[in-house]
Write a protein that binds this ligand. Structure first.
Ligand code: SAH
Length: 455
């Protein structure tokens, strides 16, 4: 018997936050999750979902506000899935993220008493995103719309002025929507699997200002594309690359594997840690460039390089972390699975005159085994996997190569905590854990961990 039912109006004290940024309170011993709540709020809320072990409620009235509260300054908050901390002061967000990392380490990794730093931030909390990926859909009047998926759904919420984005994204988005509606193009429908336009992807290199506009579509034959190109290019000469990415699969993954450049270059260039960086659409690039510089400098500091070491950079993307360490290492070996990213990484070494870096295209787990069998003995291993983290096999191979230090950068403290427990068992001691707020106002948290081989 549930202790509350749908549509019940309840009063709650909010006492904690979930990893996804919902506030939590308890009602008759049952956890109730409330989006847009803050720790310390007393609220009246209506139950919108009641399960056996938990409920989800929506705030009706804030009876007593938390001391951490500030005025949320976006009309799409909290219904849009992006920001979860617009309504609390920034220092509290940094504290919550540190606490979240600590909780993951303890609960998931079984790792107590770790030295966890305060969350690092450069203090820039608006306009930091250099990339957007707007889903394209249709409203009830049949007009093409773009925006963000609402929290935990694929319903599109229109938002023309996201505060996390570079301002030009809104204008490009408007030009795209006007064009699509004027020429009666179709949006891809996930239910019927019909329609053409799936996402509008824009990347802007912060330092050079160069912009790449990529239209993700089920087919490369987009009628009236020349008109869109004309409008975009006359809007901004910074648009250096317009690309169609073809994705005709029934998938949540935004990008397909094939790109066709329809205007300008296949790439744009940015500057990161003093290096010129070439980027293709398919190459991963940190979305918060300025904060990434700080992240990389922490990773480099933890690597403690003196010019004599061999550094293995697993999950290297366009080579950025490894290349930023190249001036202090003997040799960098980068591994990455996306061929276009490896091409960018090689080119990035070349254009920056870096001769001591080589890059391998392949699965990190397989490549590590191969390197080990070739008797490559890295002094330092850098790891920066996607959200799902590492495999046990890869952890084992890393430990078998017996590097002095391992620096593990992660965008998901939960999987990182799981992996650190394995490293710990295999003889690597966790020396430092530093949360870095790469994604201010969202629930996401990056961490850099230094491990060293126990002697
Ligand atoms: N270190 C880079 C990229 C980190 S993102 C940077 O800071 O920019 C993680 C990268 O891992 C992505 O480029 C992704 O393409 C790559 N990747 C994902 N699965 C992989 C695998 N199994 N083997 C190697 N690389 C992989």
């Amino acid at each position: 018997m549930a202790s509350c039912n749908k549509n019940d109006i309840i009063t709650l004290e909010l006492t904690g936050m979930t990893s996804e940024g919902s506030a939590v309170g308890h009602y008759n011993g049952m956890a109730v999750f409330v989006a847009g709540g803050a720790v310390g709020d007393a609220v009246s809320a209506v139950v919108i979902k009641a399960k056996k072990t938990y409920a989800i409620a929506k705030i009706l009235e804030i009876i007593t506000p938390s001391a951490d509260r500030i005025e949320a300054d976006c009309q799409a908050f909290p219904s849009c899935g992006g920001c979860v901390y617009r309504h609390i002061n920034y220092q509290s967000e940094l504290d919550i993220k540190k606490q979240f990392v600590e909780d993951c380490m303890r609960r998931i990794g079984g790792l107590d008493n770790l030295p966890i730093d305060n969350t690092v931030s450069n203090g820039i909390i608006e306009g930091y995103r250099n990339k957007c990926e707007f889903p394209v859909g249709t409203d009830k009047n049949g007009r093409i719309i773009t925006g963000f998926y609402s929290y935990h759904s694929h319903r599109i919420i229109e938002c023309d002025n996201c505060r996390l984005h570079s301002a030009v994204f809104s204008e490009i988005n408007r030009i795209f929507k006007d064009w699509a509606n004027e020429y009666h193009l179709t949006a891809y429908d996930e239910n019927t699997k019909k329609g053409l336009l799936r996402h509008l992807y824009i990347r802007r290199a912060e330092v050079t200002g160069e912009i790449c506009v990529c239209i993700v579509a089920t087919n490369k034959n987009i009628s009236h594309i020349d008109e869109l190109i004309k409008r975009l290019v006359s809007y901004s000469t910074d648009i250096k690359s317009i690309v169609i990415n073809i994705n005709n699969k029934d998938t949540n993954v935004i990008l397909g594997g094939e790109c066709v450049t329809v205007y300008g270059s296949d790439y744009i260039y940015d500057v990161l840690c003093g290096l010129k960086i070439r980027l293709s659409v398919l190459s991963f690039y940190q979305i918060n460039r300025a904060q990434a510089e700080q992240l990389y400098s922490i990773a480099k500091e933890y690597a403690q390089l003196d010019g004599t070491q061999t550094v293995l950079d697993l999950y290297c993307g366009a080579g950025t972390i490894g290349l930023s360490c190249a001036d202090s290492a003997k040799q960098i070996i980068g591994v990455e699975i996306i061929p276009e990213a490896i091409k960018d990484a090689k080119e990035n070494a070349h254009i920056n005159g870096i001769k001591n870096a080589r890059f391998i295209c392949g699965d990190a787990e397989q490549a590590a085994i191969k390197l080990k069998n070739e008797n490559i003995t890295p002094d330092v291993i850098l790891l920066d996997p996607p959200r799902k983290g590492l495999t046990e096999q890869l952890i084992k191979t890393c430990c078998d190569m017996s590097p002095k230090r391992i620096v593990y950068v992660s965008c998901n403290p939960a999987t990182q905590a799981r992996d650190l427990a394995v490293f710990d068992k295999l003889g690597y001691r966790i020396e430092k854990v530093t949360p870095v707020n790469m994604f201010p106002r969202t629930a996401h948290c990056e961490t850099v961990v230094l491990m060293s081989r126990a002697e």
